[in-house]
Ligand binder design. Structure first.
Ligand code: GLA
Length: 408
């Protein structure tokens, strides 16, 4: 009796153990399945993010030149100018309306444009008919930087409205006073990213919070395709240079789908000379920075068009390897920067930050090139020949010599 009781207890314990083991295996299996599904989702969204901005976004934004002086008419004129000047063919696809388009919310909380933009959907249709994409601007706070209606509490609704209009790009500008914790920022950007994703419409997400809280470390994880790394640029050499040359060290955070953004271009706005604008454009190309023009496209000098549409420099920026360049040498105001490109060549910028023309040298040993290499000047658009061990050039004041070096 005792024995049989024992035996039956033993056998029921064994069964229980077997059941436990089985349910353990099953729950482990479920766990693995869930894990695989989550990884799958993450990879799918990572690749969606990558596809959306495989190379740094290119386009135009209204803020740097026009600020609040924007309306439907000037956006249409800019769309026409993007096409007629050849900028669109050179890759400038996004036409981005910055702050001051926002009107009031209706009784249902739906945002409407103000009187400057009578019909945003019709405007988007027009921009699309020119083969371009339309971008818009908002803020995660109650107000935008210029004091207009922000998206706080209306994220899902706003994302849906943008998608209904046919918006393709959103600059989401923090506009609230510091200190803001990194958690607050991540939550706010994730909320909008999720809302945009839910619309099913591909919308590039541009984070703008001026590089606070080391955004480059978490920008991709909240769905950012690009994130501002600095405060606002202005149309002065000192400000542009301060921002551009300070990007060194951030190169490991950029890559296809997610880019450091040292702010929009000032080329053509009149505050710098030709050499300074070439420096600006070359540096942004080496940095694999978004190329978002910020000038009046209906009134460009030939040299502004020449700079903005230099295909060889644009190709440096848009290189498919997506590697952000970095500084390889500095001696006071003389800086040598390098960007390795997909074809194995090295693009080098010799930057002279001094006010006088100076001779500069790049030693091939500094950039990993064996003794002999052929060199092409990307602003002269000219092959310079074959060189041994180094290359010397006179670099204009505040200017640049930008070369592509191919080892022999
Ligand atoms: C901030 C941004 C600018 C611009 C303005 C608009 O200053 O950094 O690029 O968007 O807001 O108010």
């Amino acid at each position: 009796m005792h024995r049989s009781q024992d035996t039956s207890r033993t056998s029921s314990t064994t069964k229980r153990n077997q059941r436990r083991a089985l349910s353990g295996i099953l729950s482990q299996g479920m766990g693995l399945l869930i894990y695989a599904a989550l990884v799958g989702c993450f990879l799918a969204s990572a690749s969606a993010q990558e596809k959306l901005a495989a190379t740094p976004p290119m386009g135009w934004n209204s803020w740097n030149h026009f600020a609040e002086r924007i309306d439907d008419k000037m956006v249409r004129e800019t769309a026409d100018a993007l096409v007629s000047t050849g900028l669109k063919d050179a890759g400038y696809i996004y036409l981005n309306i910055d702050d001051t388009w926002e009107g009031d919310r209706d009784g249902n909380g739906v945002i409407h444009p103000n009187a400057k933009f009578p019909d945003m959907k019709a405007l988007a249709d027009y921009v699309h008919s020119r083969g371009l994409k339309l971008g818009i601007y908002s803020s995660p706070g109650p107000k935008t930087c210029a004091g207009f209606e922000g998206s706080l509490g209306h994220e899902v609704q706003d994302a849906q409205t943008y998608a209904q209009w046919g918006i393709d790009y959103l600059k989401y500008d923090w506009c609230q006073q510091p200190p803001s914790s990194v958690e607050q920022m991540k939550a706010a950007y994730t909320k909008m990213h999720d809302a945009l994703t839910k619309t099913g419409h591909a919308i590039v997400l541009s984070l703008c919070q001026y590089g606070w809280n080391r955004v480059w470390e978490w920008g991709p994880s909240v769905g950012g395709n690009l994130w501002r790394t600095t405060g606002d640029i202005s149309d002065r050499y000192s400000v542009m240079a301060e921002i551009g040359f300070n990007q060194n060290g951030l190169e490991k955070f950029a890559g296809p789908g997610h880019w450091n953004d040292p702010d929009m271009l000032e080329v053509g706005n009149g505050g710098m000379n030709e050499d300074e604008y070439r420096t600006h454009f070359s540096l942004w190309a080496i940095l694999a920075a978004p190329l978002i023009a910020g000038n009046d496209l209906t009134k460009m000098t030939p040299y502004t068009v020449e700079i903005l549409t230099n295909r060889e420099v644009i190709a440096v920026d848009q290189d498919p390897a997506g590697k952000q360049g970095f500084r390889v040498a500095q001696e006071g105001p003389f800086e040598v920067w390098l960007k390795p490109t997909a074809d194995g060549s090295k693009v080098v910028g010799l930057f002279n930050r001094q006010r006088t023309v100076e001779q500069m040298t790049v030693n091939f040993s500094q950039i990993g090139i064996p003794a002999e290499a052929s060199i092409r000047d990307l602003w002269l658009k000219k092959d310079l020949g074959t060189f041994k061990n180094k290359y010397n050039a006179y670099v204009p004041a505040h200017g640049v010599v930008l070369i592509r070096i191919k080892s022999k």
